[in-house]
Design a protein around this ligand. Structure first.
Ligand code: HEM
Length: 444
């Protein structure tokens, strides 16, 4: 046996212990802590631990808002304020990294021991989502070329053709009702991002399955069973990426990943950086837009007059998409860590403290959006929402997501003007992402 094989065998033998350590420190302990906070009446604890509250969080957001723009909670500081979230996102006194230096030794040990590149998710370094400059700048610069307004606009004909094809297939379905998430809202984003990343579209059902399991790793406090499913999905995804990179190194195409795997020596990404970057693009590319599309259809179905007005004047779709992003944001929260002691909203936030930004609540802040609980596709300032975050981590795919949503919703409305929700839509059991697991519709 070579020394490499010995270390591989040791890695494999240690895997269950590592996985258990990762789960315990990232999910088991936070779950216990949040549940205890919830029992003591902590509102954020309830938001995180109570599925019914999570499914309909807006009343709880208002209770939190009544406590002031920045309040202490079981998750550290939390804000529902648009102004405070906006300030934190744009401030270089806050970063995305967690400060582990102050954590108790056993926790630091478990984090280090549990570290496993083969099961890393999109919310773990070196994913650009959770690293600060200068690494963040380096990663973002390498990929942003594929997301310029010009590159995005150039993909419109392909997005339109994909939407048309999926809606043709939908029309051939003989069932009385179809699941619009499964048949359309989930398929379009995965096909679009697969194309951009040169990924074979035949594998899209695999991505959807893996993505659905792995999306939960964005949430704190996952039960062990769901964590293990996510762990398996992430390992399968990394395995697929290894094959994909090898294929593109041998035969590069015109896509973004081909560029990334063939960078000159001085710029090249390490294997772990490459995995983190492509995994994020792939996951962010389809795990979020599906939620925007599902949320849009449910809201428009409940506000039929507004849907009919959009059918009559499709120029309104851009504004309608902004209002859906504001009113029922597909990413409900994010967080930042203070890099030094900071004054924020009249409070002293200590270096290393975490501030949770409830984007879904900031987007209903009455200081910015009059009558925020009213869904109005003609709202003049809907675009001021923070659904795509802000500052240096502002969503790289925002333009692409907007375009996909406008094309998808406009085409769906043209093709099936009498489409109706025909049954109870099921929410996904997630905290950070907000969307539907299934959405039964009758095509009319
Ligand atoms: C409706 C759809 C989408 C929503 C609501 C959304 C939302 C977000 C949010 C809130 C963030 C920043 C989180 C933070 O500040 O902590 C983000 C970052 C990001 N998104 Fe999106 N996203 C969407 C679609 C997409 C698409 C289609 C892509 C394409 C690949 C994408 C790629 C990214 C990337 C790469 C980042 C990390 C940017 C950075 O850290 O610099 N997203 N997204």
């Amino acid at each position: 046996m070579t020394s490499l094989a010995v270390s591989d065998a040791a890695t494999l033998a240690l895997r269950p212990a590592r996985t258990a350590a990762r789960w315990a420190v990232r999910h088991g302990l936070p779950a216990a802590y949040l549940s205890r906070s919830a029992r003591r009446g902590d509102l954020v604890g309830r938001l995180m631990r109570d599925r019914a509250v999570r499914e309909e969080p807006y009343a709880l957001y208002e209770q939190l808002r009544a406590g002031g723009p920045l309040t202490p909670s079981g998750l550290g500081w939390v804000t529902t304020s648009h102004a405070v979230a906006h300030e934190v996102l744009r401030s270089d006194r806050f970063g995305v990294g967690f400060d582990r230096s102050g954590a108790p030794r056993p926790i630091r040990w478990a984090l280090e021991f549990g570290d496993d590149a083969g099961a890393a998710g999109v919310a773990e370094p070196p994913s650009m989502l959770v690293v600060d400059p200068p690494e963040h700048t380096r990663f973002r610069r390498l990929v942003s070329r594929a997301f310029t307004p010009r590159a995005t606009a150039a993909s419109e004909p392909a997005i339109q053709a994909t939407a048309d094809r999926l809606l043709d297939d939908l029309g051939r379905s003989r069932a009385g009702t179809v699941d619009l998430v499964d048949a359309f809202a989930a398929q379009l984003p995965v096909l679009v991002i697969a194309d951009l990343l040169g990924v074979p579209t035949e594998r899209r059902q695999d991505f959807l399955r893996w993505g659905a399991a792995a999306a939960a790793t964005l949430d704190p406090g996952l039960p062990l069973r769901r964590y293990l499913a996510a762990d398996r999905a992430l390992r399968a995804m990394h395995g697929f990426l290894d094959e994909h990179f090898a294929r593109l190194r041998a035969e590069p195409g015109e896509d973004l990943v081909s560029t990334l795997v063939t960078l000159p020596a001085g710029e090249a990404l390490t294997d772990r950086e490459l995995h983190a970057t492509v995994m994020l693009l792939l996951g962010a590319g389809f795990e979020t837009t599906v939620n925007l599309l599902g949320n849009a259809v449910v809201l428009l179905d409940a506000h039929r007059d507004q849907w009919e007005a959009l059918a009559a004047d499709p120029a309104g779709w851009d504004g309608a998409v902004e209002e859906v992003l504001r009113f029922d944001s597909p990413v409900q929260l994010t967080g930042r860590t203070a890099r030094a002691d900071v004054e924020l909203a009249g409070r002293r936030v200590r270096a290393g403290n975490r501030v949770t930004l409830l984007l879904g609540a900031a987007n209903r802040d009455p200081e910015v959006f009059p009558d925020p609980g009213r869904f109005d596709v003609t709202r003049p300032n809907a675009r001021e929402h923070l659904a795509f975050s802000g500052g240096i981590h502002y969503c790289l795919g925002a333009g692409l997501a907007r375009l996909e949503a406008v094309v998808a919703l406009r085409t769906l409305t043209e093709r099936y003007p009498r489409l109706r929700v025909a049954g109870r839509p099921e929410r996904r059991d997630l905290q950070t992402l907000r969307g539907f697991e299934s959405l039964p519709v009758a095509l009319g």
